[in-house]
Design a protein around this ligand. Structure first.
Ligand code: ZN
Ligand code: ZN
Length: 311
């Protein structure tokens, strides 16, 4: 039995212990519980914000992380709405849906709001990010566009290493990515795409949604937040299909979040189990269940893709 002692963090310093995980494999059926839904009038960012506020009060171990996430998510929500209005203006009359929006070069105009994003982080972020925000503010618009472009082209030129720059670019561009993804006409074929069918990035988490007596598994993109179905007993890192090599771990305190490991490639991904908690918002619950990351990493697993807060 292991203890969760410290966050596996790049920016975060708090620590808090949780009790250990337990081991099993994913070959049992699960009960299908009733799901209570949030008001439909909320958009996806509003639902995440509401959930993060809820969990802030419940999970003291994730308070610091969730408070910062709330600041970021509120910025993202405003930016998302703003971009939505400008998409509507620009597509009005054109009647065209884009089939490859992620292959288009990034528009320099997007940089206009980056400065205000840096200020938000400079005022609310953990020390290392505040400092990085100040340095970026000194750099000016050209260097900002350069950074965003490097991130945007990352699937062709290689991703930015995890760290402050990756965080700034990903968090800032995410509402734009989600916006163009939801308006695109991209369709995919093939049974199990290992990368996001839209932006080609790695999945950041999994979701189990109620289906019959069990759960339908899907993956969620770490950038544009697309969700796509994925076979339940397959490693999204290497394609391993042997159930004996795909252990699932859960902790008593966070029953609805599973650590899904792979003993072939030693990667793991966390999956939010909506058959156990219909109130969960996968992206927020994944982020809040930080003690599970430390636990998994102590067992020698490496996260397939770090989340927005670089955890
Ligand atoms: Zn994507
Ligand atoms: Zn694997």
């Amino acid at each position: 039995m292991s203890k969760f002692e410290h966050y596996p963090r790049r920016f975060w310093t708090s620590s808090r212990a949780l009790r250990a995980g337990r081991r099993g494999t994913d070959n049992h059926s699960m009960s299908n519980r009733s799901i209570s839904r949030r008001p439909k009038t909320q958009n996806e960012w509003q639902r995440r914000i509401a959930r993060a506020e809820e969990l802030c009060a419940q999970y003291s171990f994730a308070g610091e992380i969730l408070r910062f996430y709330l600041v970021i998510a509120r910025f993202q929500e405003n930016f998302y709405e703003e971009l939505g209005r400008s998409f509507e203006r620009s597509s009005a009359g054109a009647g065209r849906v884009d089939s490859e929006p992620f292959r288009r070069p990034l528009h320099p105009e997007l940089t206009n709001r980056f400065e205000s994003f840096l200020s938000v982080v400079e005022q609310n972020g953990p020390d290392q990010l505040r400092e990085a925000a100040r340095e970026l503010q000194d750099g000016g618009d050209d260097s900002h566009f350069q950074l965003l472009k490097v991130f945007w082209n990352g699937t062709e030129t290689g991703p930015l290493p995890p760290g402050p720059h990756d965080f700034f670019a990903c968090a800032f561009l995410q509402p734009y990515a989600a916006g163009i993804r939801s308006r695109s006409s991209v369709r995919w074929s093939g049974p199990t795409p290992y990368r996001c069918p839209f932006c080609k990035r790695k999945p950041g988490l999994g979701v189990l949604r109620p289906l019959g007596d069990g759960g339908q598994r899907s993956l969620v993109c770490s950038f544009c937040l697309a969700e796509w179905e994925f076979r339940r007993i397959v490693c999204p890192g290497c394609g391993e299909e042997n159930p004996a090599k795909l252990p699932v771990y859960t902790a008593e305190e966070l029953k609805h979040v599973r650590v899904e490991g792979c003993d072939s490639c030693r990667s793991y991904i966390k999956t939010v189990d909506l058959t156990k908690s219909g109130l969960a918002e996968p992206i927020v619950d994944e982020m809040a269940s930080i003690p599970l990351d430390l636990w998994a990493q102590k067992q020698g697993y490496a996260k397939l893709q770090c989340n927005l807060l670089q955890l």
